[in-house]
Write a protein that binds this ligand. Structure first.
Ligand code: PLP
Length: 384
C-alpha cells in the first residue's frame, strides 16, 4: 500500500515552517468518489458538513464531487457559496441561528432551514414574511437514540440542547400550522459524531419510521428525510482504513428505511469525508527528561489541534524522521495549559530536536478549530 506521506513530501516538510496542516487531496478525491458512488446506488443525497473543515481548497474539491453543503452558521453559508456551492444545495442547521444568518439564508434562497424550536420557527416565519418569501423547513427531531460515543459529541438524547423532543412534536406541528411563511418539507436528525457501531443507525431508522407514521396520521407526508452525519473513522489505524466503510453505512439505511415514492433521503457526513486526508505536521523542539518520564515537546499545541484537550481524542502520532529504537514519550505542546498534551506514554521512534512528527487523521475538526491563544499564528495549509 502506498504511504500516506511520500519520501518527497517528508523532505519538503523539513524546509517549511512548522506547524502546518498537510492535506492529501488524492485521498480526499478517492473518498468522495467512494461516498458518492455508494450513495448513488440508493439515490441518496449528500450534503457535506462544512463545520468539519471549511478550508476553501478542500471545499472546492468537495463541491466538484457534486455534493451539497450542510452549514451551521452564516459564516459557513458564506464559505460554501464562495467555494461555489449553489444555494439550492445548502441546508442550514443549528440551535442558535441569529437574525442576520436567517436573513442571509432567505436572501440566498437556500434549500432548507433545519429548525429546532418554536421560538426559532416564529423568527424564521417573521423574517420570511418581511421579505414576502416562504422558507422551507425541516424539523430537527431529537430521536432519543444513544450514539454510544463520547458525551461531548453525542447529540440525540433527551439531555442534549439539540432538536425537538418527541413528546413536544405535536405542539410544534400545531404551531407550524399557524405560521404562513413556512413550508414543512421534511425532518432532520443528527445523533452524534464518530459513531463506529451500526446499532444506533439501525435504531434511528426504526424511530424515523415511527415518527413518519405519527405524522401520516396528521395528514403530513414527508418529502425529505435527513439522517445527518456521524459515521466515524479509524483514528487508531488510519493507514489500513483510509476510506471509511460508506458501503455498509448506506446499506443499513437502505435495509431498514424503505423510501416512499417521491421521497428524498439526505446525509450530512463531515468527519468521514475529510478526517483521514489531513495531518498536522510539527517539529520536536525539545526532548525533555522528567523525573520519571520523557516529554517530546512539539511546536504544535492545542491551538492547532484541540481535539485531544477537548474530547480526550486520540490521534496517531508518527515520527517521520527517525527509525531508531522506540522509546516512550508524553507528547506535549508549548501552550501554557496542562491540557496541552497530545498523548501520554506513547511508543515512538527515538526523538531528537528537529524531528518531524505527524498527527494523523486531523482533517476533520482540526484546522477549523484552530485558535490564536498565546498570540499564536493560525496554521498554514499545504496540499499534495
Ligand atoms: C456536525 C454535524 C454533522 C457532521 O457530523 P460528522 O460526525 O462530522 O459526520 C452533520 N449534521 C449536523 C447537523 C451536524 O451538526
Amino acid at each position: 500500500m502506498a504511504h500516506f506521506f511520500s519520501d518527497k513530501a517528508i523532505e519538503n516538510f523539513k524546509t517549511v515552517q512548522t506547524p502546518f496542516y498537510y492535506y492529501n487531496t488524492e485521498l480526499l478525491k478517492k473518498t468522495l468518489q467512494v461516498a458518492t458512488s455508494e450513495a448513488k446506488k440508493y439515490d441518496y443525497h449528500i450534503h457535506y458538513a462544512v463545520k468539519a473543515n471549511a478550508n476553501q481548497q478542500i471545499l472546492s474539491i468537495i463541491r466538484e464531487a457534486g455534493v451539497g453543503a450542510d452549514c451551521v452558521s452564516g459564516g459557513e453559508i458564506q464559505a460554501a457559496l464562495k467555494a461555489g456551492f449553489s444555494a439550492e444545495k445548502i441546508v442550514f442547521a443549528g440551535v442558535g441561528k441569529a437574525d442576520w444568518e436567517i436573513n442571509l439564508g432567505l436572501d440566498e434562497n437556500i434549500f432548507c432551514f433545519n429548525a429546532e424550536s418554536i421560538p426559532e420557527l416564529e423568527v424564521i416565519n417573521e423574517l420570511a414574511a418581511k421579505k414576502s418569501k416562504t422558507a422551507q423547513i425541516a424539523l430537527r427531531i431529537n430521536p432519543e437514540v444513544d450514539a454510544h460515543t463520547h458525551h461531548h459529541i453525542t447529540t440525540g438524547t433527551k439531555e442534549n440542547k439539540f432538536g425537538i423532543n418527541l413528546d413536544q412534536l405535536d405542539g410544534v406541528l400545531n404551531k407550524l400550522q399557524t405560521l404562513a411563511s413556512l413550508k414543512l418539507i421534511g425532518i432532520h436528525f443528527h445523533i452524534g459524531s464518530q459513531l463506529l457501531e451500526t446499532e444506533p443507525f439501525f435504531m434511528l431508522c426504526k424511530r424515523t419510521l415511527e415518527i413518519q407514521e405519527q405524522l401520516a396520521k396528521r395528514g403530513i407526508s414527508l418529502e425529505n428525510i435527513n439522517f445527518g452525519g456521524g459515521l466515524g473513522i479509524d483514528y487508531n489505524d488510519p493507514d489500513n482504513h483510509l476510506i471509511p466503510d460508506f458501503k455498509t453505512y448506506f446499506e443499513i439505511f437502505h435495509k431498514h428505511f424503505p423510501v416512499k415514492s417521491g421521497q428524498q433521503v439526505h446525509f450530512e457526513p463531515g468527519r468521514s469525508i475529510v478526517g483521514q486526508c489531513g495531518a498536522l505536521i510539527s517539529k520536536v523542539l525539545y526532548v525533555k527528561e522528567g523525573s520519571f518520564k520523557k516529554f517530546a515537546v512539539l511546536d504544535a499545541g492545542f491551538t492547532e489541534l484541540i481535539r485531544p484537550a477537548l474530547y480526550d481524542a486520540y490521534h496517531k502520532i508518527e515520527n517521520l524522521t527517525s527509525d531508531e529504537a522506540e522509546e516512550t514519550y508524553d507528547v506535549v505542546g508549548p501552550i501554557c495549559e496542562s491540557s496541552d498534551c497530545f498523548g501520554k506514554a506513547l511508543t515512538l521512534n527515538k526523538a531528537h530536536r528537529g524531528d518531524i512528527f505527524a498527527l494523523r487523521s486531523a482533517g476533520a475538526y482540526g484546522e477549523i478549530m484552530a485558535s490564536q491563544y498565546n498570540c499564536r499564528k493560525l496554521p498554514e495549509a499545504y496540499f499534495i
